[in-house]
Write a protein that binds this ligand. Structure first.
Ligand SMILES: NC(=O)c1ccc[n+]([C@@H]2O[C@H](COP(=O)([O-])OP(=O)(O)OC[C@H]3O[C@@H](n4cnc5c(N)ncnc54)[C@H](O)[C@@H]3O)[C@@H](O)[C@H]2O)c1
Ligand SMILES: O=C(O)[C@H](O)[C@H](O)COP(=O)(O)O
Length: 372
């Protein structure tokens, strides 16, 4: 009897059992598949030492590094059903000869639609008037957002120092910040390169938005962060808002999953890291890591997300024709209210506690991604 395949997986990964089972993974070798679903923050070194799984499937809340895997000698594949990879020490995995896959691009449309919804919820007149949209980071999400902006006839000012100049990568950071009606952040979380450390960046994004860069932005320029919380220095942001009255939308937070009320109270819109949380975005994330695992195992994928998607009637073309239907496509203020309803405690420690923030994400009713 061939040894079975044991998988430890973040229980917040969409449709785990549909993608990872005897039929979808064991059809060649006759192997049985055992999935152990665990809350992402509870996947720890003790668990991996005791269970010794073959495969580890995670999302962004599990830090994958030497501390997690030092006592584990069985994992051969790590899949993160997310775009961001700042929670994974990829150099360590490579040194351990552990295959790694993330879900690049999986929720690019979902996040771009989140940003459009934020801007048009705050300023519905932007449906009809010329807008300059600043985009910092022009990869999968930033470039997708630029497509939607162009579709609305908006001008795009884009800044991405790691990509060649283009029709959207067309401005300095200063120009994007100083000449846009709204600025949206779509960069990975990276730190200063130290010596030959491959993990660092020549263009680090940690605290990219700080007192100096905020001062370059006119007071009425909207700022939206749906990238990673630490891209924005939150103390500097609070001071900027107090000074300028800036309208700011945050989906990610520097000290997530804890979020201080002293910050939330200053925000125009605050949501619990759900910009990518559509059914399509999450299923695509699972599909991509499933396909990568099949490639590792040398088998043909036997499951497709198309089998799992109900009819989707949300059409971007319809919304463009009927902007008044935006709240029926995505009522972002409901997510804003849900997060604010979780604020507890007494000043000066009023905050959203971590378990409540995580609960909002775990129980989130997945939106539908607008189809073109
Ligand atoms: N809030 C959410 O639900 C959510 C969902 C998906 C992704 N994200 C975050 O969004 C980030 C971006 O996603 P993506 O799919 O566009 O990633 P991507 O890797 O396709 O693109 C990121 C781009 O940022 C650029 N970049 C890097 N450093 C920069 C800097 N200092 N200044 C300007 N540009 C810089 C890179 O050159 C790249 O083109 C992810 O890394 C993830 O952290 C958040
Ligand atoms: O990087 C991404 O794909 C998104 O930020 C995603 O939402 C990760 O967050 P998670 O749902 O895994 O906590």
């Amino acid at each position: 009897m061939a040894k079975g395949i044991t998988i430890v997986a973040d229980s917040n990964i969409a449709s785990l059992n549909d993608f990872f089972n005897d039929a979808t993974l064991g059809q060649l070798s006759g192997q049985t598949v055992k999935i152990i679903p665990v809350a992402g923050r509870d996947i720890d070194a003790k668990l991996l030492s005791e269970v010794q799984p073959d495969i580890l499937l995670i999302r962004s809340v599990t830090q994958v590094n030497e501390a997690l895997l030092a006592e584990n000698h069985s994992v051969q594949f790590v899949g993160s059903a997310t775009i961001g990879t700042d929670h994974v020490d990829q150099d360590y995995l490579a040194m351990r000869n552990i295959t790694f896959a993330n879900a690049a691009g999986c929720s690019k449309h979902s996040v771009a639609q989140y940003v459009l919804t934020a801007i048009l919820t705050i300023r519905p007149n932007y449906w009809q008037q010329p807008v300059t949209l600043g985009i910092i980071g022009l990869g999968n999400i930033g470039s997708t957002l630029a497509q939607y902006a162009n579709d609305l006839g908006w001008q795009v000012l884009g800044y991405d120092p790691l990509l060649p100049s283009s029709t959207i990568n067309n401005a300095s950071l200063e120009k994007v910040l100083s000449q846009s009606n709204a600025v949206s952040l779509h960069v990975p979380l990276t730190s200063e390169k130290v010596d030959s450390d491959a993990k660092g960046s020549d263009y680090p994004t940690r605290h990219l938005i700080n007192a100096e860069t905020l001062a370059m932005m006119p007071a009425d320029t909207i700022l939206i962060n749906s990238a990673r919380g630490p891209v924005v220095n939150e103390n500097d942001l609070k001071n900027d808002i107090a000074l300028t009255g800036r309208q700011v939308v945050l989906d990610v937070f520097e000290h997530e999953p804890t979020v201080a009320d002293s910050l939330i109270a200053k925000l125009k819109i605050a949501t619990p890291h759900i910009a990518g949380y559509t059914l399509e975005g999450k299923l695509r994330g699972t599909q991509i890591i499933y396909d990568a695992l099949c490639e590792k195992l040398g088998i043909i994928p036997a499951q497709s997300m198309s089998n799992l998607l109900p009819l989707n009637l949300f059409l971007w073309s319809e919304l463009k024709a009927h902007p008044d239907r935006l709240s029926k496509f995505y009522d972002m203020m409901q997510d804003n209210a849900s997060l604010r309803s979780k604020i507890s405690g007494e000043n000066p420690d009023k905050q959203v506690n971590g378990p409540d923030f995580d609960g909002l994400r775990r129980d989130y009713h997945l939106r539908r991604e607008w189809q073109s």
